[in-house]
Design a protein around this ligand. Structure first.
Ligand code: ZN
Ligand code: ZN
Length: 219
């Protein structure tokens, strides 16, 4: 058996049990930490266990549970932060305030690179496609590695649910459009890591998701 080119380890962090992911290139053992919202000791332990060298931090969107401790981790590791889309500047600018409200640490920052559809982000030898998937937040992005049939979707889509759109700048119709027009074309056999809860596949959600399943949307 040859090693798959990409591997991922999920580390639930913060009281909101957000799926921080360590994603790495098995050829180079270079890694990205996706959405380090908090609980840095747990993230450090996962990095050590995987035996990888972190070369960057990637963010799907600017909410506190995803981005709260991105800046201190980036400083500690001496790496840059890429993402989300610039429309989430609104959320990144209020991480300290939101952190106080949730009783967790939030550090305000601006990423070194805002992302847009068509961009790619690299992890070692891997190249992941960036897709804007607004709706949950205006600046949400999805990272897609076609060769691995894997997507990291943040809080756009969950196993059996979709991202909430009742917070500032959320919009349900936009969210549904992002899912149907951007995620579904990646293919039903694409597995996804959501921002919270278990993994699933797009086929499984099209079959049974009560918000965006095919039967619901065609009904
Ligand atoms: Zn969110
Ligand atoms: Zn979240």
């Amino acid at each position: 058996m040859t090693q798959p080119p990409l591997r991922a380890a999920i580390v639930p962090v913060t009281p909101l049990q957000q799926n921080c992911s360590i994603v790495w290139c098995t050829a180079t053992m270079k890694a990205a930490v996706v959405d380090p919202g908090g609980d840095l000791p747990r993230i450090r332990a996962a990095i050590a266990k995987a035996g990888v060298t972190v070369e960057k931090i990637l963010l799907t969107h600017g909410h506190i549970d995803h981005a709260g401790e991105a800046k201190p981790l980036a400083d500690e590791l001496g790496v840059g932060i890429e993402g989300p889309h610039e429309a989430d500047r609104f959320w990144l600018a209020r991480l300290d305030e939101d952190g106080r409200n949730y009783g967790i640490r939030g550090v305000v920052f601006e990423p070194g690179r805002w992302l847009v559809t068509g961009d790619t982000v690299t992890i070692g030898n891997l190249s992941l496609d960036v897709h804007e998937t607004p709706g949950h937040t205006a600046g949400s992005v999805t990272f897609h590695h076609p060769a691995s049939k894997l997507a990291l979707v943040g809080d756009v889509l969950f196993a059996g649910s979709v991202g909430r759109t009742d917070m500032a700048q959320g919009d349900h119709a936009t969210l549904v459009r992002s899912i149907v027009e951007t995620l579904w074309p990646m293919g039903g056999d694409t597995a996804f890591i959501p921002g919270h809860g278990p993994m699933s596949s797009f086929a499984q959600e099209r079959a049974g998701n009560p918000f965006v399943g095919d039967a619901v949307l065609s009904g």
